[in-house]
Write a protein that binds this ligand. Structure first.
Ligand SMILES: [Zn+2]
Length: 110
């Protein structure tokens, strides 16, 4: 889950990624995980709750990596003509982390 480092409210990843769509080279960034993550770390996000700005490096970067993978996995995940993220990234991420946890438990039980 991603939270605003200032007010602590949960922010949806789809909202965060939508803010990043203003980058001219966003589609280029999606071809390279390292480039995507470093752009995200240096990006100034604005919290929709408190309106404060913060750098992407305050976000959970492990989740950011998953977000990168999810966007790439599903074609048409972003509607560039309307600057909208179509994927429910936050929900997918939660599901993904849950499966990972489950996988770990199953392996640990053996
Ligand atoms: Zn906030």
């Amino acid at each position: 889950m991603s939270r605003c480092p200032i007010c602590g409210k949960t922010i949806k990843w789809e909202d965060l990624i939508e803010q990043m769509l203003i980058l001219d080279n966003f589609q280029e960034l999606l071809k390279d995980k390292g480039a995507f993550l470093s752009a995200l770390e240096d990006f100034t996000f604005k919290c929709p709750e408190c309106g404060e700005e913060f750098y992407g490096r305050n976000l959970n970067l492990r989740e950011a990596e998953k977000v990168f993978e999810l966007i790439n996995e599903f074609s048409g995940s972003i509607d560039y003509s309307n600057n909208k993220v179509r994927l429910k990234l936050t929900n997918l991420l939660a599901l993904d982390l849950m499966l990972e946890e489950w996988d770990k438990r199953v392996k640990g039980a053996r």
